[in-house]
Design a protein around this ligand. Structure first.
Ligand code: PRP
Ligand code: URA
Length: 207
């Protein structure tokens, strides 16, 4: 399952974050802003419980979130989306997966992994701005399932059909929420039109 969030506020910000003229300060702010909208949608099916609340006037039947939430940024670019999730879910715990794409093979190479104990049985939100070939996302879902994660959802800012199809084939139970499903991958496995190298644009490491 995947969902592209077409809300005008998301699409307007996406247009600005894609722009080659947008510098790293604004790029970071937009990552946070877009992530908040995507997270709002991605959490719409999480586990809830019925509770009774005493208002100043009477008892009210209410619902509260009934699951631990663990957000997992894929290093490095996933860090750029962390603030947006934590603004929406301040009590979320944070796990980390370190992966980089080997420039020659384009395969995801794992170099770091640390999850809080609540990963076991918890609701895990994987964040990475770019889901390109899908290799990094699949490897992260594999790790979270091995750690006993309950529900898993993926939030990315931009993806493409090729990577999305691979993730859905490997993990049909994991929904992906995105602002855009772009046309294709180029020969370097960059998403086109995409937004370029997300890590470099976030952290100002390109020039
Ligand atoms: C980028 C991006 C994703 C990955 C996507 O990371 O942030 O993690 O590539 O590609 P895939 O879907 O083909 O696996 P990169 O390797 O550039 O590392 P960085 O985040 O450290 O810049
Ligand atoms: N990583 C990025 O940062 N951008 C892409 O388009 C693909 C992978």
């Amino acid at each position: 399952m995947h969902e592209q969030i077409n809300h005008p506020c998301v699409q307007h910000k996406l247009a600005i974050i894609r722009d080659v003229e947008t510098g790293h300060k604004r790029f970071r702010e937009l990552s946070t802003e877009i992530t908040k909208f995507l997270c709002y949608e991605a959490l719409k099916n999480i586990k809830m419980k019925e509770v009774e609340v005493q208002t100043p006037l009477a008892m009210a039947s209410c619902r509260k979130i009934d699951t631990d939430i663990v957000v997992v940024p894929i290093l490095r670019a996933g860090i750029g989306m962390l603030e947006g999730i934590l603004e929406l879910v301040p009590t979320a715990r944070v796990g980390f997966v370190g992966l980089y794409r080997d420039e020659k093979t384009k395969q995801a190479v794992s170099y770091y992994e640390r999850f809080p104990p609540q990963t076991h049985g918890g609701t895990c939100i994987i964040i990475d701005p770019m889901l390109a070939t899908g290799g990094s996302t699949i490897a992260t879902i594999d790790k979270l399932k091995a750690a006993g994660a309950g529900q898993i959802v993926v939030i990315c800012i931009v993806t493409c059909q090729e990577g999305l199809s691979l993730v859905e084939a490997a993990h049909p139970d994991v929904p992906v929420y995105t602002a855009s499903i772009d046309q294709e991958l180029d020969e370097r496995k960059y998403i086109v039109p995409g937004l370029g190298d997300a890590g470099d644009r976030l952290f100002g490491t390109s020039h």
